[in-house]
Design a protein around this ligand. Structure first.
Ligand code: MN
Length: 204
């Protein structure tokens, strides 16, 4: 079965002014679409059709590198679109807010730690908030790796992630990753993050 590019859950310009329309178009229609088609091809070429994406990335070290790059790319971006919203920003509420406060001390301490993870990831990669055995943890991964991969340094179910590849921000923010991360907090979809927390992860 070939993998499919999901539609964005909002318009390309919906996250303006924090994330610009042109970046969203290229990011979704070119970058994410590329991961999806290359993943489908890699599965065909390596006799892996019929495996779910979760299965592929959970045993990623036993597959060719194209599965790691493109399988991670497809999974990561699918989550990324969902955890942003034009109605986002502000502070979390509900159960995830309680968990964040009890784990990190306060929302502000959490935000600082997560921001540091995003800024300290050298080169391309992602910063994550994951759930592991009921506990919240912050970490980051290089390239298109993610915490569901058996090779990742941080393990767990991602419930929030930020793409810190330059393609995610360069058109608007150029080399200013801190400005992009700062603006991104204004579009975080906390209702979705709370839902993922309650469900124990993103069922994709
Ligand atoms: Mn990306």
């Amino acid at each position: 079965m070939a993998f499919e590019l999901p539609d964005l859950p909002y318009a390309y310009n919906a996250l303006e002014p924090h994330i610009d329309e042109e970046t969203m178009k290229i990011h979704h229609d070119k970058h994410h679409a590329g991961y999806v088609s290359k993943l489908s091809k890699a599965c065909e070429d390596n006799d892996l059709t019929g495996k779910s994406l979760r299965e592929l990335i959970s045993e990623v070290d036993s597959h060719p590198a194209a599965i790691r790059k493109n399988g991670g790319g497809h999974w990561n971006h699918t989550l990324f679109w969902e955890v942003m919203s034009p109605q986002g920003g502000g502070e979390p509420s509900g159960e995830v807010a309680e968990a964040i406060n009890s784990t990190f001390g306060s929302f502000s301490d959490f935000k600082d730690q997560f921001t540091q993870a995003a800024l300290n990831r050298f080169g391309s990669g992602w910063a994550w908030l994951v759930l592991k055995n009921g506990q919240l943890k912050i970490g980051s991964t290089p390239n298109q790796d993610n915490p569901l991969m058996n090779v990742a340094e941080i393990q767990g179910e991602p419930i929030l992630g930020i793409d810190v590849w330059e393609h995610a921000y360069y058109l608007k923010y150029q080399n200013r990753r801190p400005d992009y991360v700062d603006a991104w907090w204004n579009v975080v979809n906390w209702d979705k993050v709370n839902e993922l927390y309650r469900n124990g992860g993103f069922s994709f």
